[in-house]
Ligand binder design. Structure first.
Ligand code: S3P
Length: 181
């Protein structure tokens, strides 16, 4: 049960890389007729630098500062589906910021499922390493307790994208008391 004093203006998707946040997020945004915002895209747009280059040139900690700035800038937005980077809620302040305006949904998948989705992609600096499977396992372990702080955890492997999007739209409307929970 959500705290009734929460302001649910937006839907924020959190969760590990490769769990489908952007793909599902675009579909839910369509269903709700909301804007779709991807924090990684916002960072690339405002800095003019690709995420992998920010990591390579200025390091992860600089990226995390830009990520926190991008999240702060979203606090006044309404009617948005926000897809966040997989490490965003590791900073408690980022999670607190999202909580001021969003229903926070964490997409979850098994390490095998995640690996299948990311293995042919090269744009994620944290997984461009010798042993991505082990990296996924250790990052998941490190991050699990943060992901569990979301309002809703949804396994993204068990449903089609369309089903997932409908499930999230339903839960969002219920959280806004537009339909009975
Ligand atoms: C990261 C996830 C990426 C991106 C950056 C760091 C992470 O976003 O923000 O590479 O720490 O898990 P996606 O989750 O959209 O891949």
């Amino acid at each position: 049960m959500l705290d009734p004093s929460r302001h649910i203006n937006n839907l924020a998707l959190v969760g590990f890389m490769g769990t489908g946040k952007s793909a599902v997020g675009r579909l839910v945004a369509n269903l709700l007729q909301f804007d779709f915002v991807d924090t990684d895209e916002q960072i690339e747009l405002s800095s003019g630098v690709r995420i992998s280059d920010i990591f390579a040139q200025q390091g992860e900690s600089h990226f995390r500062e830009l990520e926190s700035d991008a999240l702060k800038a979203l606090e006044s937005r309404r009617h948005c589906v926000i897809s966040t980077g997989g490490g965003c809620i590791l900073r408690p302040a980022n999670l607190a910021s999202l909580r001021t305006h969003s229903l926070i949904v964490c997409l979850w998948a098994s390490p095998e499922g995640i690996y299948k989705r990311v293995r042919h992609q090269t744009h994620r600096p944290l997984l461009n390493c010798e042993d991505p499977v082990n990296k996924i396992l250790s990052l998941l372990k490190e991050r699990e307790s943060a992901y569990r702080q979301a309002d809703l955890l949804v396994n993204s492997e068990l449903r089609s994208l369309r089903d997932l999007a409908q499930h999230l739209a339903y839960n969002f409307r219920a959280a806004r008391q537009e339909i009975p929970a």
